[in-house]
Design a protein around this ligand. Structure first.
Ligand SMILES: [Zn+2]
Length: 287
């Protein structure tokens, strides 16, 4: 079911009810509230698809605790240590890359600070800069899929959705040599048909809990302030190393904000982890 059709049907029903009231086919006392209800329902179904949180249309990870974890522990982290890590974990995630030179600069910072992050990549960009993607994987970051081409999945046909996800997965797996598990839909938008496409491709949908809106031209201090303001244990923070689909904007403010963010979040007692690392911590702590 596509949410845009459902929304259209509710809005149409609202109009029909209004007209029926106007033409006297229905009492105005009935027509007006019924029409308002239809408008609210139409807006509600759209809000459920476009707001990043909520799992009304299917399981969506917005905090680390939502992450489904299966499989045995690799044994790197165990016992009390894993429990303490689990309770204070926070994830930095970056969308729309790879995008030189910002992705490289970001990888340099993450390497210097010795933390792992998660990158939701645009696979058509990854085809252009495979060496950056290989570097991400080699340096221990989690590579997830954003899309093959950055489009609004609510507007795609079932075939377009499937083709985009399948090609995106295949492209990134060929570059990294690893199977892809996580998907962040463009803009975080998802409805039942988008969730079904994710399930068919065996992808876990991951959105976020902290969004500083770093693409809106704000400076590094503002990005830093917004993230520090909203972050709590278990947060998934959304930042951008890319600028899809046109790749014109500078991502330097984001890159510059990351080092002070890492320092301050660590000072507050948080452990910065990639999604794969977090899954490993959970496996370790459940032994
Ligand atoms: Zn995006």
């Amino acid at each position: 079911m596509r949410v845009l059709y459902l929304m259209g049907a509710f809005y149409l029903a609202a109009l029909v009810l209004l007209w029926a009231g106007r033409l006297g086919k229905l009492s105005r006392r009935t027509a007006l509230p019924a029409s308002v209800l239809c408008l609210l329902a139409g807006s509600g179904v759209l809000a459920a698809a476009t707001l990043p949180f909520g799992s009304g249309y299917g399981p969506t990870v917005t905090k680390l605790a939502d992450l489904p974890v299966t499989g045995p522990a690799a044994g790197r982290m165990q016992g009390d240590n894993a429990i303490s890590l689990r309770e204070n974990a926070v994830a930095l995630t970056f969308d729309d890359g790879p995008y030189p030179p910002y992705t490289e600069r970001l990888l340099d910072t993450l390497k210097e600070k010795q933390i792992h992050a998660t990158f939701f990549l645009v696979a058509s960009q990854a085809q252009r800069y495979p060496e950056l993607v290989q570097r991400m994987a080699a340096e221990g970051h989690t590579v997830g899929l954003h899309a093959f081409r950055h489009r609004d999945f609510l507007k795609l046909t079932a075939e377009e959705r499937q083709n985009d996800l399948a090609l995106g997965k295949k492209t990134l797996a060929a570059i990294t040599g690893k199977e892809l598990r996580y998907w962040r839909p463009p803009h975080g938008f998802r409805d039942p048909s988008v969730m079904q496409a994710a399930a068919e491709q065996n992808l876990t949908v991951v959105n976020w809990s902290v969004i500083p809106r770093d693409w809106t031209g704000i400076d590094k201090q503002e990005i830093y302030n917004r993230v520090m303001d909203k972050t709590e244990a278990g947060a998934i923070i959304l930042l951008h190393d890319g600028d899809s689909p046109f790749y014109r904007a500078s991502r330097q403010p984001t890159v510059d904000a990351v080092a002070p963010l890492i320092d301050s979040l660590r000072k507050k007692g948080y452990h910065l982890v990639s999604l794969d690392e977090y899954a490993e911590i959970i496996r370790g702590s459940e032994r």
